[in-house]
Structures are given as C-alpha cells and as structure tokens.
Ligand binder design. Structure first.
Ligand SMILES: CC(C)(COP(=O)(O)OP(=O)(O)OC[C@H]1O[C@@H](n2cnc3c(N)ncnc32)[C@H](O)[C@@H]1OP(=O)(O)O)[C@@H](O)C(=O)NCCC(=O)NCCS
Length: 180
C-alpha cells in the first residue's frame, strides 16, 4: 500500500529525482547520504547521529508506522540527496517531521518538493497534524515551512545548547493541521 507513494521531480539544476519511501535495500545509499550530509545540514538537522551504525539500525528496524522516511534519490548519480520523515505515521494522530538535504542539494527547490510530497502523503494516509521544531536562526527552513502553511505555536527561548558553537539556541515549535 505504500508503493503508490512515488513521485518524479526535476530540480532547478535539471537533476531528475525520485521521491519514495526508504526501502530495506537502500542501506548503501543511506550510509553514503549520512556520511556526506555535510556540516551545514547537520548543524540544523540532527535527529540522530549520521553514522553507518545509525543507517544500519534504521534499515534493520524499518517500521513505517513508527518512523516513515521518504528519500529523494538522484537518478543519474543513484544516490540519496535528501530525506524527510514523519514519526509516528498513523491515521488520526499527530506526526513529528524532520527534513534534511545533502549540503550540495540545498537551494534547488528539493526541500519544497519533499514538503509538498510528504504533506500529500500524510493527508492521503489520514495523519491529523504535522509538528516540527526549528532553530530561530534557520531562516531558509522557516521560509519553507511558512510557505506550506505551518504556524508557530510555541517559542522556546534559548532552550537548546549546541556543542558546535557553545551557545543556547531559541527554538520555534510549528504545526500544520491537515483538516482530517
Ligand atoms: C531547510 C531545507 C530542507 C530547505 O530545502 P531547500 O531545497 O534548500 O529549499 P528550497 O530551495 O525549496 O527553498 C524553500 C524556500 O526557502 C526560501 N529560501 C531559499 N533560499 C533561502 C535563503 N538562502 N535564505 C532564506 N530563505 C531562503 C524561499 O522562500 C524558498 O521558497 P521559493 O523557492 O518558493 O522562493 C534545506 O536547505 C536543508 O536541508 N537545510 C539544512 C538542514 C535543515 O535546516 N533542516 C531543517 C531542520 S528544522
């Protein structure tokens, strides 16, 4: 029933990319994505460590109801260049969303295509609401979420300490009700 969730898109640089759920056989591509995600992406997107072990764990424990990862596969290079996930992924429930692209695939419209796709999928599946958290200085991500109708419902001032700059960061909690 998840096979129907597939879409082909063309990015601003002409790359053809397939958006589809992560599969068991994607392990090598997932490891490559994690190891090449780039500091600029990891800085803002760190739901888990981007290691080989974590990629193996995700593939081993793949259970779409708990964690539903959609990957963007660049067709020519045959590599994963982005990921968006919903967790949990259940009818009538609230899902948390995370999104991150390989550093060299940002700014090409891929984030917008992935958001468009995951919102369509969530509506089709019957998810009630999508929530996420974003650092207040992550202007590009905030612009992306606002574009798709997400609204801030809480501000957590200086709530998260990040090792990379040794500072506390403000986080916005945002949500999108899907009208289910
Ligand atoms: C955030 C992220 C997913 C956005 O994806 P993207 O493909 O780079 O974004 P898009 O090209 O689709 O642009 C989305 C919107 O952001 C805005 N935008 C684009 N570049 C921007 C910039 N440099 N600064 C501010 N806003 C910008 C525009 O409004 C754009 O919409 P438009 O193309 O219709 O004008 C991606 O940049 C990324 O992976 N960043 C690092 C990880 C991250 O921050 N994840 C989110 C954690 S909450």
């Amino acid at each position: 029933m998840f096979e129907k969730y597939v879409k082909r898109v063309t990015l601003r640089n002409g790359s053809k990319v397939t958006l589809r759920p992560l599969k068991k056989e994607d392990l090598n591509m997932l490891v490559d994505f994690f190891l090449n995600i780039g500091f600029e992406t990891e800085k803002y997107f760190h739901p888990f460590p981007f290691t080989r072990e974590q990629a193996e764990k995700i593939i081993r424990e793949l259970d779409y109801e708990k964690f539903f990862p959609v990957v963007a596969v660049e067709e020519k290079e045959r590599r994963i260049v982005g990921m968006v996930f919903l967790s949990p992924f259940k009818r009538g429930e609230v899902s948390s969303l995370g999104i991150g692209l390989r550093h060299d695939y940002r700014g090409l419209g891929l984030g917008s295509r992935l958001m468009e796709f995951i919102i369509e999928v969530a509506k089709d599946y019957g998810v009630r609401e999508i929530r996420l958290s974003v650092y207040a200085d992550n202007c590009r991500a905030i612009a992306l979420y606002c574009k798709f109708g997400f609204e801030v419902y809480k501000v957590r001032k200086k709530a998260v300490y990040l090792k990379w700059d040794g500072k506390y960061h403000t986080v916005y909690l945002m949500s999108l009700e899907l009208g289910i």
